[in-house]
Design a protein around this ligand. Structure first.
Ligand code: SF4
Length: 376
């Protein structure tokens, strides 16, 4: 089986088999392949988000998080406010920093924020700024991605989230997010990061207007980047959350109701995860589920569809919740481990870059009440 997924770009009897395969057979093959590659180990990371600004001028139709400047809730945090929030969970090994595109935040803010976090919490890995944010930083600073990546790396960025990928096909991007950076620019920025020694995740936003052909093209783009740089740490499929955004309202009406749309998204997930394992798994071996999108039960189920990573504890998570995500934020490691064990797997904490975690470096963990986990 290993040879079959090696390339989706050609070769007799290769990828088309997976794209056309009956679902049950595809899932069985994905489960076998995951077991062969990862055994029964399921990794996770102890992390939090720090969503430092909700101000955004981009206006993606699928987003409930970004707020137009001047509208209710359009606020950006001061650096000391971000530090205070991160300081509520000093034991995390990773902070993921992402926000809207606030035209008033200067590049210095981003660099100072990273430096301040690095000084205050030197044991935390800073997984910071999407390609969309880096594109905006380049524009504000009047420089190209390699120079900006050099600055971010020097300030303390350890890796970047490969978000803002959505679907890497411009026709689809224009339908759901017409002001977002083009697919080629996303690729350019991610490659610049990898070439600067800053690795990234790779994502896809699925379950909206995309066709399977678009998903196939998205996979091809990711595979080409990975063949060139080897910089992707994992692939993270992100299911569209339709409850509190313009796109969800349009698509649920078209589908004949929210329940029908939910079922469509779920069906797409059930095929997309095993496809990702079989088609991309040779070049990007780590496939991450998302409990904030699918729920804990859905994430556990997806372990049988090819996933080998449970994602993060996410003590602060505002982006999915702002679109009406129903699964909350902040899952304690014990809850995560219990869910993983309950499904017959062996949980293992990891670092952001899939290494082992040094014990005793960060402060001891407290179990938080839900009220002090998040920002909003
Ligand atoms: S997805 Fe990001 S860029 Fe798009 S509107 Fe939301 S915050 Fe802004």
């Amino acid at each position: 089986m290993a040879g079959k997924g090696e390339s989706i770009l050609g070769g007799e009897g290769t990828v088309s088999d997976f794209w056309k395969m009956p679902l049950e057979e595809l899932r069985n093959q994905a489960a076998v392949e995951t077991l062969r590659r990862h055994g029964r180990k399921i990794t996770y990371v102890v992390n939090r988000n720090a969503n430092f600004t909700r101000v955004c001028t981009v206006g993606c139709a699928f987003c409930g998080f970004g707020k137009r400047p001047g509208s209710v809730g359009a606020t950006s945090d001061r650096i000391d406010e971000v530090l205070a929030r991160v300081g509520q969970t000093p034991w995390v090994t990773e902070v993921c920093l992402q926000g809207g595109i606030d035209p008033t935040l200067r590049p210095e803010y981003y660099l100072d924020l990273i430096q301040a976090l690095r000084e205050a919490f030197p044991w935390m890995h800073l997984h910071a700024f999407s390609p969309m944010e880096i594109d905006s930083l380049c524009e504000k600073a009047g420089c190209e991605p390699p120079e900006m990546m050099g600055k971010l790396r020097a300030a303390g960025v350890g890796s970047i989230p490969g978000t803002a990928a959505e679907i890497l096909v411009d026709d689809v991007r224009r339908k759901i997010s017409r002001n977002k950076l083009p697919a080629a620019r996303w690729v350019e920025i991610v490659k610049a990061a990898h070439q600067a020694g800053v690795r990234s995740s790779a994502t896809i936003l699925f379950g909206h207007v995309e066709r399977w052909e678009d998903i196939r093209r998205h996979f091809e783009v990711l595979q080409r980047v990975q063949e060139e740089t080897g910089g992707f740490t994992e692939f993270v499929p992100l299911a569209f959350v339709p409850y509190q955004n313009r796109l969800g309202a349009i698509l649920s009406k078209r589908a004949g109701g929210m329940k029908v749309l939910e079922e469509r998204i779920r069906k797409r997930a059930m095929r997309l995860y095993p496809l990702a394992r079989m088609v991309l798994g040779q070049s990007i071996p780590n496939l991450q589920t998302s409990w904030v999108k699918l729920g804990v039960a859905g994430a556990v189920e997806s372990l049988g569809w090819g996933c080998n990573d449970f994602g993060g504890t996410l003590y602060e998570e505002a982006i999915t919740r702002s679109s009406g995500g129903k699964h909350g934020e902040g899952l304690e490691p014990e809850q995560m481990e219990s869910a993983i064990r309950g499904a017959g797997y062996e949980p293992q904490e990891r670092s952001t870059l899939y290494g082992s975690v040094k014990k005793g470096v960060s402060p001891r963990r407290k179990v938080l009440s839900p009220s002090c986990r998040g920002a909003s």
